[in-house]
Design a protein around this ligand. Structure first.
Ligand SMILES: O=C(O)CC1=CCC(=O)O1
Length: 259
Protein backbone atom coordinates (compact mmCIF):
# COMPACT_ATOMS: atom_id res chain seq x y z
CA UNK A 1 0.00 0.00 0.00
CA UNK A 2 1.51 3.33 -1.08
CA UNK A 3 0.42 6.85 -1.95
CA UNK A 4 1.82 9.48 -4.28
CA UNK A 5 0.60 12.92 -5.27
CA UNK A 6 0.76 13.36 -9.05
CA UNK A 7 -1.14 15.73 -11.31
CA UNK A 8 -2.56 17.42 -8.17
CA UNK A 9 -4.28 14.26 -6.85
CA UNK A 10 -3.11 11.72 -4.31
CA UNK A 11 -3.29 8.22 -5.77
CA UNK A 12 -3.35 4.94 -3.89
CA UNK A 13 -1.29 2.23 -5.52
CA UNK A 14 0.57 -1.03 -4.86
CA UNK A 15 3.82 -1.83 -6.63
CA UNK A 16 5.48 -5.18 -6.15
CA UNK A 17 8.80 -6.30 -7.50
CA UNK A 18 9.44 -9.13 -9.92
CA UNK A 19 11.28 -9.90 -13.13
CA UNK A 20 10.55 -9.16 -16.77
CA UNK A 21 7.80 -7.10 -18.30
CA UNK A 22 5.61 -5.48 -15.63
CA UNK A 23 1.85 -5.93 -15.46
CA UNK A 24 -0.37 -2.93 -14.71
CA UNK A 25 -3.94 -3.55 -13.54
CA UNK A 26 -6.70 -0.97 -14.13
CA UNK A 27 -10.06 -1.47 -12.47
CA UNK A 28 -13.64 -0.70 -13.42
CA UNK A 29 -16.27 1.83 -12.40
CA UNK A 30 -17.20 1.48 -8.72
CA UNK A 31 -14.36 -0.89 -7.80
CA UNK A 32 -10.87 -0.57 -6.38
CA UNK A 33 -7.73 -2.52 -7.10
CA UNK A 34 -8.59 -5.36 -4.72
CA UNK A 35 -10.71 -6.85 -7.54
CA UNK A 36 -7.41 -8.12 -9.02
CA UNK A 37 -6.09 -9.86 -5.90
CA UNK A 38 -7.32 -13.38 -6.75
CA UNK A 39 -5.89 -13.07 -10.28
CA UNK A 40 -2.53 -11.82 -9.04
CA UNK A 41 -2.25 -14.76 -6.66
CA UNK A 42 -2.83 -17.19 -9.54
CA UNK A 43 -0.44 -15.70 -12.10
CA UNK A 44 2.23 -18.14 -13.22
CA UNK A 45 4.69 -15.34 -13.99
CA UNK A 46 6.72 -13.47 -11.40
CA UNK A 47 6.39 -10.03 -13.00
CA UNK A 48 6.58 -6.64 -11.31
CA UNK A 49 2.98 -5.60 -10.65
CA UNK A 50 1.37 -2.19 -10.36
CA UNK A 51 -2.24 -1.73 -9.24
CA UNK A 52 -3.81 1.66 -8.68
CA UNK A 53 -7.09 3.17 -7.61
CA UNK A 54 -8.08 5.61 -10.32
CA UNK A 55 -9.16 9.08 -9.22
CA UNK A 56 -12.50 9.11 -7.48
CA UNK A 57 -12.15 5.47 -6.43
CA UNK A 58 -10.75 3.47 -3.53
CA UNK A 59 -8.35 5.51 -1.43
CA UNK A 60 -7.42 7.93 -4.24
CA UNK A 61 -8.58 11.56 -4.31
CA UNK A 62 -11.50 12.70 -6.43
CA UNK A 63 -9.99 15.55 -8.50
CA UNK A 64 -11.32 16.63 -11.89
CA UNK A 65 -12.08 13.49 -13.91
CA UNK A 66 -11.66 13.19 -17.67
CA UNK A 67 -10.34 10.29 -19.73
CA UNK A 68 -7.16 12.30 -20.39
CA UNK A 69 -6.67 12.77 -16.63
CA UNK A 70 -7.24 9.05 -15.96
CA UNK A 71 -4.73 8.11 -18.67
CA UNK A 72 -2.30 10.80 -17.46
CA UNK A 73 -2.39 9.43 -13.91
CA UNK A 74 -1.32 5.99 -15.14
CA UNK A 75 1.51 7.33 -17.29
CA UNK A 76 2.72 9.76 -14.62
CA UNK A 77 2.70 7.02 -11.98
CA UNK A 78 4.55 4.61 -14.28
CA UNK A 79 7.13 7.32 -15.02
CA UNK A 80 7.41 8.13 -11.31
CA UNK A 81 8.16 4.45 -10.60
CA UNK A 82 10.61 4.38 -13.52
CA UNK A 83 8.63 1.58 -15.17
CA UNK A 84 9.23 0.34 -18.67
CA UNK A 85 6.66 -0.88 -21.19
CA UNK A 86 4.14 -3.11 -19.42
CA UNK A 87 1.31 -5.48 -20.13
CA UNK A 88 -1.66 -3.21 -19.41
CA UNK A 89 -4.61 -5.17 -18.15
CA UNK A 90 -7.83 -3.20 -17.83
CA UNK A 91 -11.43 -4.14 -17.13
CA UNK A 92 -14.32 -2.05 -18.44
CA UNK A 93 -13.39 1.64 -18.01
CA UNK A 94 -9.95 0.27 -17.15
CA UNK A 95 -9.90 -1.13 -20.70
CA UNK A 96 -10.76 2.31 -22.07
CA UNK A 97 -7.92 3.82 -20.03
CA UNK A 98 -5.61 1.10 -21.40
CA UNK A 99 -6.60 2.02 -24.98
CA UNK A 100 -6.01 5.69 -24.16
CA UNK A 101 -2.57 4.88 -22.79
CA UNK A 102 -1.70 2.89 -25.92
CA UNK A 103 -2.56 5.97 -27.99
CA UNK A 104 -0.93 8.62 -25.77
CA UNK A 105 2.14 6.71 -24.53
CA UNK A 106 2.80 3.65 -26.70
CA UNK A 107 6.28 3.47 -25.14
CA UNK A 108 4.64 2.33 -21.87
CA UNK A 109 2.56 -0.45 -23.46
CA UNK A 110 4.08 -3.85 -24.37
CA UNK A 111 0.72 -5.59 -24.66
CA UNK A 112 -2.96 -5.16 -23.87
CA UNK A 113 -5.35 -7.41 -21.99
CA UNK A 114 -8.76 -5.83 -22.52
CA UNK A 115 -11.43 -7.38 -20.28
CA UNK A 116 -15.17 -6.72 -20.64
CA UNK A 117 -14.72 -3.46 -22.48
CA UNK A 118 -15.31 -1.87 -25.86
CA UNK A 119 -14.00 0.89 -28.07
CA UNK A 120 -16.94 2.77 -26.57
CA UNK A 121 -19.19 1.74 -23.67
CA UNK A 122 -22.86 2.68 -23.55
CA UNK A 123 -24.35 5.92 -24.83
CA UNK A 124 -24.62 9.51 -23.63
CA UNK A 125 -28.27 9.15 -22.62
CA UNK A 126 -27.56 6.17 -20.36
CA UNK A 127 -24.53 7.78 -18.73
CA UNK A 128 -26.35 11.08 -18.16
CA UNK A 129 -29.22 9.20 -16.51
CA UNK A 130 -26.77 7.34 -14.29
CA UNK A 131 -24.96 10.56 -13.30
CA UNK A 132 -28.30 12.17 -12.44
CA UNK A 133 -29.34 9.15 -10.34
CA UNK A 134 -26.03 9.15 -8.41
CA UNK A 135 -26.29 12.88 -7.76
CA UNK A 136 -29.96 12.73 -6.70
CA UNK A 137 -30.18 9.41 -4.86
CA UNK A 138 -26.64 8.10 -4.29
CA UNK A 139 -24.95 4.94 -5.52
CA UNK A 140 -26.81 2.65 -3.11
CA UNK A 141 -30.07 3.36 -4.96
CA UNK A 142 -28.59 1.65 -8.05
CA UNK A 143 -26.52 -1.01 -6.32
CA UNK A 144 -28.76 -4.02 -6.98
CA UNK A 145 -29.02 -3.22 -10.71
CA UNK A 146 -25.26 -2.78 -10.94
CA UNK A 147 -24.54 -6.05 -9.11
CA UNK A 148 -26.80 -7.84 -11.60
CA UNK A 149 -24.51 -6.61 -14.37
CA UNK A 150 -21.34 -7.42 -12.45
CA UNK A 151 -22.12 -11.00 -11.48
CA UNK A 152 -23.98 -14.04 -12.82
CA UNK A 153 -27.11 -15.29 -11.07
CA UNK A 154 -25.10 -18.27 -9.77
CA UNK A 155 -22.57 -15.98 -8.09
CA UNK A 156 -25.29 -13.74 -6.63
CA UNK A 157 -27.23 -16.63 -5.13
CA UNK A 158 -24.25 -18.79 -4.13
CA UNK A 159 -21.61 -16.39 -2.82
CA UNK A 160 -23.65 -14.19 -0.51
CA UNK A 161 -20.78 -12.92 1.65
CA UNK A 162 -18.72 -12.02 -1.43
CA UNK A 163 -21.73 -10.29 -2.94
CA UNK A 164 -22.22 -8.25 0.25
CA UNK A 165 -18.54 -7.31 0.30
CA UNK A 166 -18.48 -6.16 -3.32
CA UNK A 167 -21.70 -4.23 -2.70
CA UNK A 168 -19.86 -2.44 0.12
CA UNK A 169 -16.97 -1.67 -2.23
CA UNK A 170 -19.42 -0.21 -4.75
CA UNK A 171 -21.53 1.92 -2.41
CA UNK A 172 -18.50 3.26 -0.53
CA UNK A 173 -17.12 4.71 -3.76
CA UNK A 174 -17.20 8.51 -3.71
CA UNK A 175 -20.38 9.70 -5.47
CA UNK A 176 -18.39 12.56 -7.04
CA UNK A 177 -15.75 10.12 -8.24
CA UNK A 178 -18.32 7.66 -9.57
CA UNK A 179 -20.21 10.37 -11.47
CA UNK A 180 -16.94 11.80 -12.79
CA UNK A 181 -15.87 8.44 -14.21
CA UNK A 182 -19.35 7.97 -15.75
CA UNK A 183 -18.82 11.29 -17.56
CA UNK A 184 -15.34 10.25 -18.69
CA UNK A 185 -16.78 7.00 -20.14
CA UNK A 186 -19.62 8.92 -21.82
CA UNK A 187 -17.09 11.24 -23.48
CA UNK A 188 -14.71 8.52 -24.72
CA UNK A 189 -14.72 6.74 -28.05
CA UNK A 190 -11.65 4.82 -29.21
CA UNK A 191 -13.25 3.40 -32.37
CA UNK A 192 -10.89 5.34 -34.68
CA UNK A 193 -7.87 4.64 -32.52
CA UNK A 194 -8.34 0.85 -32.13
CA UNK A 195 -7.06 -0.08 -35.64
CA UNK A 196 -3.85 1.83 -34.85
CA UNK A 197 -3.02 -0.44 -31.89
CA UNK A 198 0.10 -2.43 -32.74
CA UNK A 199 0.76 -4.22 -29.44
CA UNK A 200 -0.21 -7.88 -28.92
CA UNK A 201 -3.79 -7.74 -27.61
CA UNK A 202 -6.11 -10.24 -26.00
CA UNK A 203 -9.78 -9.40 -25.39
CA UNK A 204 -11.85 -11.28 -22.80
CA UNK A 205 -15.65 -11.20 -22.59
CA UNK A 206 -17.97 -12.60 -19.94
CA UNK A 207 -20.54 -14.81 -21.68
CA UNK A 208 -23.37 -13.38 -19.57
CA UNK A 209 -22.02 -9.85 -19.07
CA UNK A 210 -24.94 -7.40 -19.26
CA UNK A 211 -22.76 -4.26 -19.10
CA UNK A 212 -20.38 -4.95 -21.99
CA UNK A 213 -21.92 -7.97 -23.74
CA UNK A 214 -19.72 -10.38 -25.74
CA UNK A 215 -20.69 -8.74 -29.06
CA UNK A 216 -19.22 -5.41 -27.91
CA UNK A 217 -15.93 -7.01 -26.85
CA UNK A 218 -15.80 -9.05 -30.05
CA UNK A 219 -16.34 -5.87 -32.08
CA UNK A 220 -13.40 -4.25 -30.28
CA UNK A 221 -11.20 -7.30 -30.95
CA UNK A 222 -12.13 -7.19 -34.63
CA UNK A 223 -10.90 -3.58 -34.85
CA UNK A 224 -7.44 -4.43 -33.46
CA UNK A 225 -4.94 -6.13 -35.78
CA UNK A 226 -4.27 -9.70 -34.66
CA UNK A 227 -6.22 -9.40 -31.41
CA UNK A 228 -7.35 -12.64 -29.80
CA UNK A 229 -10.90 -12.93 -28.49
CA UNK A 230 -11.95 -15.22 -25.64
CA UNK A 231 -15.34 -15.69 -23.98
CA UNK A 232 -15.55 -16.99 -20.42
CA UNK A 233 -18.56 -19.10 -19.43
CA UNK A 234 -20.51 -18.37 -16.25
CA UNK A 235 -19.04 -14.91 -16.13
CA UNK A 236 -20.59 -11.47 -15.79
CA UNK A 237 -18.76 -8.16 -16.01
CA UNK A 238 -15.89 -8.85 -13.61
CA UNK A 239 -13.88 -11.90 -14.76
CA UNK A 240 -11.11 -11.13 -12.26
CA UNK A 241 -13.59 -12.04 -9.51
CA UNK A 242 -15.94 -14.54 -11.08
CA UNK A 243 -13.42 -16.43 -13.24
CA UNK A 244 -10.13 -15.51 -11.61
CA UNK A 245 -8.28 -18.72 -12.56
CA UNK A 246 -9.15 -18.44 -16.27
CA UNK A 247 -8.32 -14.73 -16.24
CA UNK A 248 -4.95 -15.37 -14.58
CA UNK A 249 -4.21 -18.09 -17.13
CA UNK A 250 -4.91 -15.76 -20.06
CA UNK A 251 -2.83 -12.94 -18.60
CA UNK A 252 0.07 -15.30 -17.87
CA UNK A 253 -0.09 -16.74 -21.41
CA UNK A 254 -0.07 -13.32 -23.05
CA UNK A 255 2.71 -12.16 -20.74
CA UNK A 256 4.89 -15.13 -21.74
CA UNK A 257 4.65 -14.10 -25.42
CA UNK A 258 5.85 -10.54 -24.78
CA UNK A 259 9.41 -9.42 -25.27
O1 LIG B 1 -21.74 -0.49 -13.73
C1 LIG B 1 -21.70 -1.00 -14.85
O2 LIG B 1 -22.60 -0.88 -15.66
C2 LIG B 1 -20.46 -1.68 -15.27
C3 LIG B 1 -19.45 -0.78 -15.84
C4 LIG B 1 -19.56 -0.01 -16.95
C5 LIG B 1 -18.30 0.70 -17.15
C6 LIG B 1 -17.50 0.19 -16.06
O3 LIG B 1 -16.33 0.44 -15.81
O4 LIG B 1 -18.22 -0.67 -15.30
Amino acid sequence: MAFVTVNDVTLHYRHSYGVGIPIVFLNSLGTDFRIWDAVIHQLTVNAPILCLDKRGHGLSDDGPITMDALVGDVSTLMDHLDMKAALICGVSVGGLIAQGLAAARPDLVAGLMLCCTGARIGDAEGWNARIQAVEDQGIASMAEAILERWFSEGFRSGRLADLAGYRNMLIRTSAVGYAGVCAAIRDSDFTDQAPRITMPTHCIAGAIDLATPPALVQALASLINGAHYEELDNCGHLPSIEQSAATARSISSLHETLR
